[in-house]
Design a protein around this ligand. Structure first.
Ligand code: CA
Length: 140
C-alpha cells in the first residue's frame, strides 16, 4: 500500500517512514500541504494538521473533495471540537500526538480494511450466475 505522509517535523516523520517501511508500506513523505495536494494519488494518507504553508484541515477537505482515499489525521490539538471538525472534514480517523507506532499501524490497517469495497464476493457470484444463465439455452 502506498502511503502519503504529510508531516513537516523530521523528528516525527523519520521514525514513521522507517517503521512503516519495515511494516511493508511504501511511504511518500512530503512536508507541506502544497506538496501533499500535488502528490500522485496515494492509497492512504497520514496528514499532520500543523503544516507550515496551509492549515491541515484545508488539505484534508481538498483531498476529500477529489478522492475517497482513506485519511488519518495526526494532530497535536486534542480538544473534542477539533476532533468533530476533523471527522466532518472527511478524515476517517485521527491520532493525537504523542502516539505509539503500534497504535498508528493498527489504525492504518483498521481504516484500510473498512474502506475496502465489500461487494467483491457478491459481484463474483452475480457474474457466475449470469454465465450459468447464458449457457443454459445452449445446452437445451
Ligand atoms: Ca507539524
Amino acid at each position: 500500500m502506498d502511503i502519503l505522509l504529510v508531516e513537516d517535523d523530521d523528528t516525527i516523520a523519520e521514525p514513521l517512514v522507517t517503521g512503516l517501511a519495515r511494516d511493508g508500506f511504501r511511504v511518500n513523505r512530503v512536508a507541506t500541504g502544497t506538496a501533499a495536494l500535488a502528490a500522485d494519488a496515494p492509497e492512504f494518507v497520514l496528514l499532520d494538521l500543523g503544516l507550515p504553508d496551509m492549515d491541515g484541515a484545508d488539505v484534508c477537505r481538498e483531498l476529500r473533495s477529489r478522492t475517497d482515499v482513506p485519511i488519518i489525521v495526526i494532530t497535536a490539538r486534542s480538544d473534542e471540537i477539533d476532533r468533530v471538525v476533523l471527522l466532518e472534514l472527511g478524515a476517517d480517523d485521527y491520532l493525537v500526538k504523542p502516539f505509539g507506532f503500534r497504535e498508528l499501524a493498527a489504525r492504518i490497517r483498521a481504516v484500510a480494511r473498512r474502506s475496502q469495497p465489500r461487494s467483491d464476493a457478491g459481484g463474483t457470484i452475480a457474474i457466475g450466475a449470469l454465465e450459468v444463465d447464458r449457457r443454459t439455452p445452449g445446452v437445451a
